[in-house]
Design a protein around this ligand. Structure first.
Ligand code: SF4
Length: 81
């Protein structure tokens, strides 16, 4: 088990062309990602740290994830494409 201060999606295998997924680290529990991309992110009840719900977001959700990457106050979210 790992905490959400580490990468919450531990992909090690190469991904197929055209796929993308969010990676999350160093979260400070501000909540913007959940508000902007509700289907992709959620927050732990105990401390509000975010985690990735959907590791393979749809095209629509990917647009939201791109927005979240830009608004996260601590740049905790990275989108691997
Ligand atoms: S926007 Fe960033 S700091 Fe805020 S909850 Fe999401 S990952 Fe954590």
């Amino acid at each position: 088990m790992h905490g959400c201060t580490e990468a919450s999606t531990a992909h090690s295998a190469p991904h197929a062309r055209g796929e993308a997924w969010p990676i999350l680290s160093q979260c400070v529990a501000s909540g913007q990602c959940v508000m902007a991309a509700l289907e992709v992110f959620d927050q732990r009840e105990e401390d509000g740290v975010a985690f990735v719900l959907d590791e393979r977001p749809s095209a629509d959700s990917l647009e939201e994830v791109r927005e979240v990457v830009a608004i996260c106050p601590v740049v905790a979210i990275r989108l691997v494409e």
